[in-house]
Design a protein around this ligand. Structure first.
Ligand SMILES: Nc1ncnc2c1ncn2[C@@H]1O[C@H](COP(=O)(O)OP(=O)(O)OP(=O)(O)O)[C@@H](O)[C@H]1O
Length: 293
């Protein structure tokens, strides 16, 4: 009896990351298990990955792989959520927060083995107003920087550092009311992050204990710290010790409402955006089937 091969589509973001894409394409062609019947599709514009997943789902494809960073993962996972589709990640982005959180290797030859093995778990997704996220979403300083960086005419680390330093001095803590677990918290904060997964990407752990499969999110409230604390704060993030900082308060919840004084910036999975003064945030449990080591 001839068994039909499983149909898998790789959705490649040509503008993500820093040049691992061609290598990834070569590795797919050379190392992908021959039990798969594969197709590689490159996106032509931002947002197209979601449409590509929907189109291939209709054609009987059962597995979809995001080849990119967290923006691409978001676009793919959005279409996978709530379906029987299984997704995977070949991390060719800059931050790769969800892939890192799930222990998917950054090395593409190793990451393709995860796809060949096909071990799948269910993870949750977050929703902030009408936007879906899988890693983190939030308001405050990081959302401001994300938006300023997107507006900037140049890219790269030096632009990022310039924007961050300039905005840091001008930035005042914002007033927030957070309603969660039947309690109302009044806080003045530098930023508030809703974390489904533990990190922003690049192993910067904003919520080290977050578990993307437990039906809960971590709400991380960060106070403005003096500039001389910034390096210590960064070390705490990279060593999973942020909860020991006196500038950090974390609560866990399944849903929350955040009220701010006025409409403003938001980020979801690192993508910049704007929303109103009232933000409804919730977790949808076990919505995405995803391949992990
Ligand atoms: N063909 C395309 N042209 C322009 N933009 C695209 C295209 N395909 C996808 N995008 C957009 O590129 C953006 C960046 O992609 P992605 O987040 O995957 O990479 P990254 O920013 O390098 O990685 P990370 O988010 O992990 O730091 C996303 O907002 C996505 O919507």
């Amino acid at each position: 009896m001839v068994t039909e091969k499983e149909k898998i589509v790789f959705i490649v973001n040509p503008v993500s990351g820093t040049g691992k894409r061609d290598k990834a394409l070569k590795i797919i062609r050379e190392k992908l298990s021959d039990r798969y019947n594969y197709k590689i599709v490159t996106t032509k514009f931002a947002g197209e990955a979601t449409e590509i997943v929907n189109a291939y789902h209709k054609q009987g494809y059962t597995k979809v792989i995001a080849v990119g960073g967290d923006g691409t993962v978001n676009e793919v996972a959005k279409a996978v959520a709530g379906t029987a589709l299984e997704m995977g990640i070949l991390p060719t982005g800059s931050g790769n927060g969800l892939a890192r959180h799930l222990g998917i290797p950054m090395n593409i030859t190793k990451a393709i083995k995860v796809i060949n093995n096909g071990n799948v778990i269910n993870i949750d997704n977050g929703v902030i107003n009408n936007h879906v996220f899988f890693c983190t979403s939030g308001v405050g300083f990081d959302a401001l920087i994300g938006n300023r960086f997107a507006e900037a005419s140049t890219r790269g680390l030096s632009t990022y550092a310039k924007i961050t330093t300039k905005e840091y001095f001008a930035f005042r803590e914002q007033q927030y009311t957070i309603v969660a677990n039947g309690e109302t918290l009044e806080r003045s904060a530098f930023m508030v992050t809703f974390a489904n997964a533990s990190q922003y990407g690049n192993n910067a752990f904003i919520a080290p204990q977050a578990n993307a499969s437990d039906g809960m999110m971590d709400i991380v409230i960060v106070k403005k710290f003096p500039l001389y604390i910034a390096p210590i704060f960064a070390v705490r993030m990279f060593t999973k010790l942020i909860n020991g900082s006196k500038y950090v308060e974390t609560i866990r919840a399944k849903e929350a409402i955040l009220y701010r004084k006025e409409a403003g910036y938001v980020h979801y999975d690192g993508e910049p955006g704007s929303m109103g003064a009232e933000l409804k945030v919730s977790i949808v449990h076990a919505s995405v089937r995803i391949m992990v080591p």
